[in-house]
Design a protein around this ligand. Structure first.
Ligand code: SAH
Length: 215
């Protein structure tokens, strides 16, 4: 695999970050990550021209790389600080994971398609991103062995908010999760105490479905 980033790509990323800022993304750490992560290397090289447009795009195994705005918006909603532990459900292309790594988060991510899991693990390593833990498995279960997490980001459409994931959230932490069937409401679930969760929604989105485990 060729790993190639150029000043032209960097310029396109700056334009993309500027566009996202115009669309309402204010978090400078997120914008800086968008400027630094080479999104074109997360797409098949023949689709490079699409990489810095603000749109989702098909990747392997009938999945998609999320729209840059969605990645930036979800990353902002996490309100996480450098060094915090973040669990991602749906590694996919690895772009969202790379953005969180660029923001100095400790990233744990689960992917249920083995083909994608293997490909993305190699890609992230090649590009120099160092997530703490990538695994092939069922996101509905989370990662109880590594819990609790300061933040949880779900990048597939969940029919309901998985109980196991709520249990793995630290008190004071946030889970960002799109919930719904055809279109989803973006929920932020803030854990106020061991038993108290505050829920708010932040607009409509469209994700590929979060699927039950194959096994
Ligand atoms: N974060 C990704 C978005 C990928 S799309 C990116 O930046 O590219 C959503 C991903 O969620 C898909 O790869 C899909 O295979 C995965 N997924 C769906 N259901 C899942 C589940 N139950 N557990 C883990 N991953 C799941």
């Amino acid at each position: 695999m060729k790993v190639k980033d150029t000043p032209k790509h960097l310029g396109l990323r700056h334009q993309l970050a500027f566009l996202l800022e115009e669309k309402g993304i204010k978090d400078e750490a997120v914008l800086q990550a968008i400027r630094s992560v080479p999104r074109h290397l997360f797409l098949d090289s023949s689709f490079e021209a699409h990489a810095y447009q603000d749109k989702a795009f098909p990747i392997a195994a009938s999945q998609t790389i999320s729209q840059p705005y969605t990645v930036a918006f979800q990353s902002s909603l996490l309100q996480a600080k450098p060094g915090q532990k973040i669990l991602e459900i749906g590694t996919g292309s690895g772009y969202q994971a790379a953005v969180l790594c660029a923001m100095q988060m400790k990233v744990y991510s689960i992917e249920r398609q083995s083909e994608l899991f293997k490909k993305t693990k190699v890609l992230l390593q090649k590009l120099g991103y160092k997530p703490k833990f990538l695994t092939f498995g069922d996101g509905y279960k989370g990662l109880p062995d590594y819990a609790p997490f300061d933040g949880i980001i779900v990048t597939a459409a969940a029919p309901t908010i998985p109980k196991a994931l709520m249990a793995q959230l630290k008190v004071g932490g946030r889970m960002v999760i799109p919930v719904g069937a055809d279109t989803q409401d973006m929920y932020v679930i803030y854990r106020k105490s061991a038993t108290d969760f505050e829920k708010k929604t932040y607009g409509k989105f469209r994700f590929v479905p979060m699927l039950e485990n194959k096994n």
